[in-house]
Design a protein around this ligand. Sequence first.
Ligand code: UD1
Ligand code: MG
Length: 482
Amino acid sequence: MGMSHSALAVVILAAGQGTRMKSATAKVLHTLSGVPMIGHVLSTAQALEPEHLIVVVRHEREQVEAAVADWAPEARCVVQDEIPGTGRALEVAIAALPKAFTGDVVVVSGDVPLLDSDTLRVVLDHHRDQSVPATIITTVLDDPTGYGRVIRGGDGRVLRVVEEADATPEEHGVLEVNAGSYVFSRSAVAEALGSIGTHNSQGEKYLTDVVEALATGHAVGAVRVEDSWLLQGINDRVQLGEVQALLNQMIVRGHQLAGVTVHDPASFFVDLGVELASDVEILPGVQLRGDTSIASGAVIGPDTTLLDTTVGEGAVVVRTHAEGAHIRAGANVGPFSFLRPGADIGEDGKVGAFVEIKNSTLARGAKVPHLSYIGDADIGEGTNIGAGAITANYDGVNKHRTVVGSHSRTGSHTVFVAPVTLGDGSYTAAGAVVRRDVPAGALAVSVASQRNLEGWVEANRDGTPAATAAKKAAGGKKATKG
Ligand code: UD1
Ligand code: MG
């Protein structure tokens, strides 16, 4: 077998309009587990290590080209002209291959994202072993609606593929469908594409028509795949949802086999890029998105969403929403915490109920346990921020930082008017509005001392339940004014 026979090109068909998606976004850019559909297909194509990787584009071309450049910079986009159909798409791709290329062409659809490289390698080997001009991939479905049907002769040989819209009632009953992915020998498919027209119900140049053209005179190979779900195409949002559910199940299963406890796999949604160490525990209702990674022994959930967030060993994160945050080892977050980009919760730190933290660092052991907004702040080691603290970080024009030293204790309902710095071991009184720096070890008090106007309620709110209660507490005698 010479070099030219083993040369490989992969063509991804992604020029279609995706009308059935009813979307302003190109079909192949809809994401599955955090990766655009075309990204899944590009990764599969890359795994085959082809000499040429071509993506055929047309509709929403700029968007699709940008995604392709992102995922596979080595891929080349070629633009389909106004002649519609999968056959025309392959024709323009083939024309873009160097003339000297006489190898095999693997064709995959941009809308069949679960088809994997192992399956394609089996098909490619089969194609090469049989020395056929074309090999199609098929599967048998209980409900073949929407797919092209594979028509075989009495001897079992593949004769042609008929699209649903063009099929006779008898052909509709065929359960073996065309997966829309193929291996062709370049010269054979180029010639066959030249011979087919657009005489069908959709007025398109069907790639499926080359099967009939090539089956006349030669044998066409076919590989029947047992795991039909690998070949599910996405033409509408129902199928998008079905494929997403399948992919999520596969990803979750992979994590389980790698040592992650998942209490309710059906309510655990995890993107492809997420890393989970062994002995992570996931409670029901958890979504882990983007570049999230969770270290060993951490417990996440229930009802928690983490996006681009890292969680350290043994941390516990309960009913929390976090984006772009770091939760260090042993930290405790939630329930009902909101961590925004740049929130960095130190080792053994704590963030409690109804606390929002943005662009702030909490050093080791620092705690913000209750009802607070901490933005643009650095909180020192072992410091406890009292309930209801607010950093007034925004003056309406600029954001300013609040710095609190180590082992400070701030009183309930302290307002930090930034920029402001509190030294190590400092305290603030309850309700303090801290506008000036506080030296180390000082107690900041900013609220006027309390006066009690005795008898005020009886004098001013006579007849109310409060006045009656006050009278009773005073033992019937009228309280003196103080
Ligand atoms: C196609 C097959 C069908 C098969 C099914 C499997 C044809 C005629 N039919 O039907 O036999 O059972 O896939 O999923 O091939 N595309 C282009 N240019 C075009 C039209 C489409 O590049 O002019 C691309 C689309 O972006 C898509 C792929 O080709 O990624 C398939 O097109 P689609 O319209 O989804 O074809 P199906 O109706 O699914
Ligand atoms: Mg399709």
